[in-house]
Design a protein around this ligand. Structure first.
Ligand code: ADP
Ligand code: MG
Length: 235
């Protein structure tokens, strides 16, 4: 059932505990939202899951295999892909070239070009495919990054604040896109601040606060939770 299991994971940076004894299960086939105030440890938890940081304590399982000691590349090969919070598109290269770089390991020739076209269309980037990535709007750059993560054809897609800098219309389209990947069987874990977006896509929600799990449950329960409203929505 659980595609990813985080068990008792902590991460210390010197004297600061960014993530503290976190248990989290992401079920195969779900869209799971991770929410919480700034500095709660969300991005750190993502980096622990993909192996960009070693945990100070605890273990991480993917598809029941303990991957705690695996390098990020090995985790990508198992089927994980991440869009990080900080933009990482190649701004000096055309949009299509960005997608191509991400596809290169998996596909070549006509098959690769067909997949480039499919992803560019899916992400509404078709008309801009020859522009430099740096010339895209911020929202479009986010889409391009999502496209690069999708190019790896992941089983698990991790998206850290995918709608930052997007208009409400772009945000809604992103939500619909995520739902369409999910309908095709992709498991998605997403960090998001925009509660309208969380309502649109989430099946289950985990709330992180001060590095710890503060609440978790189905979308409805979390939205009705007064403790969550207090810490998160400032009510
Ligand atoms: P969130 O994504 O929820 O806003 P982060 O995971 O980015 O939170 O950060 C959690 C805490 O860990 C913050 O206090 C942040 O300053 C600290 N932190 C994150 N990354 C590092 C790092 N590489 N070195 C030192 N402190 C860090
Ligand atoms: Mg963050």
């Amino acid at each position: 059932m659980a595609l990813v299991e985080v068990k008792g994971v902590s991460k210390h940076f010197g004297g600061l505990t960014a993530v503290s004894k976190v248990d989290l299960a992401v079920n195969a086939g779900e869209v799971h939202c991770l929410i919480g105030p700034n500095g709660a440890g969300k991005s750190t938890l993502f980096k622990l899951i993909v192996g960009l940081y070693p945990p100070s304590q605890g273990s991480i399982l993917f598809d029941t295999v303990d991957i705690t000691a695996e390098r990020p590349y090995a985790r990508v090969q198992r089927g994980m892909s991440i869009k990080m919070q900080a933009p990482s598109v190649f701004k000096e290269l055309p949009v299509r070239q960005n997608i191509r770089i991400a596809l290169q390991e998996r596909l070549s020739g006509a098959e690769r070009i067909a997949e480039e076209d499919r992803l560019l269309t899916l992400l509404n980037l078709g008309p801009d495919s020859e522009k430099l990535a740096g010339a895209l709007s911020h929202g479009q750059q986010q889409w391009l990054e999502i496209g690069m993560a999708l190019a790896l054809k992941p089983q698990l897609l991790l998206l850290d604040e995918p709608t930052a800098g997007m208009s409400p219309d772009e945000t809604f389209k992103t939500g619909e896109l995520i739902k369409s990947f999910n309908a095709e069987g992709m498991t998605v874990l997403v960090v998001e601040h925009d509660m309208a977006f969380v309502r649109q896509v989430a099946q289950r929600v985990t709330v992180l606060h001060l590095g710890k799990i503060f609440a978790r449950g189905d979308l409805k329960g979390i939205l009705q939770d007064e403790k969550v409203a207090q810490i998160y929505l400032g009510k």
